[in-house]
Design a protein around this ligand. Structure first.
Ligand code: NAP
Length: 283
């Protein structure tokens, strides 16, 4: 039976460390601050934004929220980003995705000052991630690395399979595993023999976004299984990509959903906000 990786407890430790660092920075007159921009009324986005605000409160990070109507123009959104880029109280800027149709998410990300890009989505920071010289770690993949390390399993030399190649999860995930000296295979919707490839994985990370996707026959006995997926099942219940009940007895370690990767992502965002504040203070 797999050991469950407790993302809630591990993220609580990470946030406690951030809170200590925030307190120390405040003594030096540096106050980390996060501006969160949400456009429209997507209910899931609202929950994520509220969780981020709560994490700011818990860690002592100052936060500002900008809730804009769904009919906001690109011009107005870019003007807000520009003003936040210049605002000294704001160390980090996060624009909650997805943006309503008609808004160009890529252009919005590129408008964020790379030194305030705490999601690490700007091309400058993506390039830094490729080089392995991080200003900001991509939040979800960085959280996954911490969860894997919490198990004591060495990534170096291991077969790592990432399912999914999105810019925000799959690709940076593969890159961080590579920087940890894993041997990495990236799978996607055109991959042939996906179950066979997954069965080679000592470390399997699923970031597909489909309930019931990873089944027991795709998992090597004793593997570390990390479930990034956040889906709703047929009954509307939150679930990951992994068929948890059948994979848990076979895996060595497994993350639950909820309570796995999700809380870690937010803890990493807090870490990045502190890093941004330090960066700007050093300017
Ligand atoms: P995405 O942009 O939709 O990417 C999904 C990836 O899965 C794509 O690369 C796609 O391949 C691949 N895929 C789809 N169907 C497949 C199939 N049948 N076989 C193999 N690969 C397949 O999603 P995302 O933004 O990366 O997010 C993935 C999941 O993680 C979602 O459930 C999301 O909600 C969740 N998420 C969670 C957190 C967290 O903090 N816990 C953070 C971010 C995202 P192609 O490229 O070929 O289309």
């Amino acid at each position: 039976m797999a050991v469950r990786i407790d993302g809630k407890a591990i993220s609580a430790q990470a946030k406690a460390q951030v809170a200590e660092e925030v307190a120390a920075l405040k003594e030096q007159g540096i106050r980390p601050g996060l501006a969160v921009v949400i456009v429209g009324d997507d209910p899931a986005s609202r929950i994520y934004v509220n969780n981020k605000k709560k994490a700011c409160e818990a860690t002592g990070i100052y936060s500002e929220e900008y809730a804009l109507p769904a009919n906001t123009t690109q011009e107005d959104l870019l003007a807000l980003i520009n003003s936040l880029n210049k605002k000294p109280e704001v160390s980090g800027i996060l624009v909650q995705s997805p943006l309503p149709e008609g808004l160009d998410e890529g252009a919005v990300v590129e408008a964020i000052d790379p030194q305030k890009d705490v999601d690490a989505f700007h091309a400058y920071n993506v390039g830094k991630i490729m080089q392995g010289s991080y200003t900001f770690l991509p939040c979800t993949p960085a959280g996954v690395i911490e969860l894997i390390k919490s198990t004591g399993v060495e990534i170096s030399g291991k077969q790592c399979v990432v399912i999914g190649r999105s810019d925000i999860v799959g690709k940076p995930m593969a890159m961080l595993l590579l920087h940890e000296n894993g041997t990495v295979t990236i799978c996607h919707s055109r991959t042939k023999n996906l179950p066979e490839i997954c069965r080679t994985a000592d470390i399997l990370v699923s970031a597909v976004g489909r309930a019931h996707f990873v089944t027991e026959d795709m998992v090597k006995p004793g593997a570390v299984v990390i479930d990034v997926g956040m889906n709703r099942d047929e009954n509307g219940k939150l679930c990951g990509d992994v068929e948890f009940e059948e994979v848990e007895p076979k895996a060595g370690y497994i993350t639950p959903v909820p309570g796995g990767v999700g809380p870690m992502t937010i803890a990493m965002l807090m870490k990045n906000t502190v890093a941004a504040a330090k960066l700007q203070a050093a300017k």
